[in-house]
Design a protein around this ligand. Structure first.
Ligand code: DGL
Length: 244
């Protein structure tokens, strides 16, 4: 089984890509709404929260863990040091801008905790194209969880209007690919970058190298929410069904 972690339903955008390359695996998705949002937590809190989530999935016999949350991924080095299982972590896809659209005007959006992290600073300095703005979007993941389009549009208009003219937008939180259309209403036809495709390839490579691929199951997906929220579960499966 592959364990997938996020603070809520955002990691569905990563699971969707995993299913494309690994359709015959079983998945256990861990939505941590008790501790949501992760984006306002400090590093010590994140270490405890993410470590508990990983331990839970290990106890359920997962063979690999995917941290489908950029914020939780900021503590992945600490987590890898504690648990003896392959752990794959997503990060804002800024390297992809460097590889494909170097020098284009770019905006990176992510949670405050991600942007404040040393891991993100290192990434930014490594791939800096000197034409990039960085914007922490406090409260945006919560609005996406809430699913009120009007509130989302108001928030985005207020936050993003001054970045009109950017060509590339790095979606540095796994919730954000769910609102590409809302973002386009403010910024127009920008090019989006997110790390979910890259992460899925890494997971496939690791399972292949370690001879851990499952070929017999037909992609069973289980969902656990730490608040036992049936509503979250319903939204999660409906998003998964409707995502392309
Ligand atoms: N989906 C998470 C991420 O990728 C964070 C959302 C939150 O703040 O909990 O960063």
């Amino acid at each position: 089984m592959i364990g997938v972690i996020d603070s809520g339903i955002g990691g569905v955008t990563v699971l969707r890509e995993l299913l494309k390359v690994l359709p015959k695996e079983e998945y256990l998705y861990y939505s941590d709404s008790v501790n949501s949002p992760y984006g306002d937590k400090d590093i010590e809190q994140l270490k405890v929260i993410v470590s508990d989530a990983v331990q839970y999935l290990i106890n359920k016999q997962c063979k690999i863990i995917v941290i489908a949350c950029n914020t939780a991924s900021t503590v992945v080095d600490y987590i890898r040091g504690k648990h003896d299982i392959p752990i794959v972590a997503i990060e804002p896809a800024y390297k992809m801008v460097y590889d494909n659209d170097y020098s284009e005007k770019t905006l990176i959006i992510a949670t405050k905790a991600t942007i404040d992290s040393q891991k993100f600073k290192n990434l930014y300095l490594k791939y800096n194209n000197h034409n990039t703005s960085i914007l922490p979007c406090v409260g945006l993941a919560e609005l996406i969880e809430e699913g009120n389009n009007q509130k989302l549009d108001d928030y985005l208009k207020q936050k993003l209007s001054k970045y009109k003219g950017v060509k590339c937008v790095v979606l540095g939180c796994t919730h954000y690919p769910l609102i590409k259309n809302n973002i386009k209403k403010v910024l127009g036809d920008v090019k989006f970058y997110d790390g979910s495709v890259g992460v899925s390839k890494v997971v496939k490579n690791i399972l292949t190298d370690k001879n851990l691929l499952n070929t017999s199951s037909d992609g069973k997906i289980s969902f656990i929410d730490t608040n036992k929220s049936l509503e979250r579960e319903k939204i999660f499966f409906s998003l998964l069904k409707n995502l392309k």
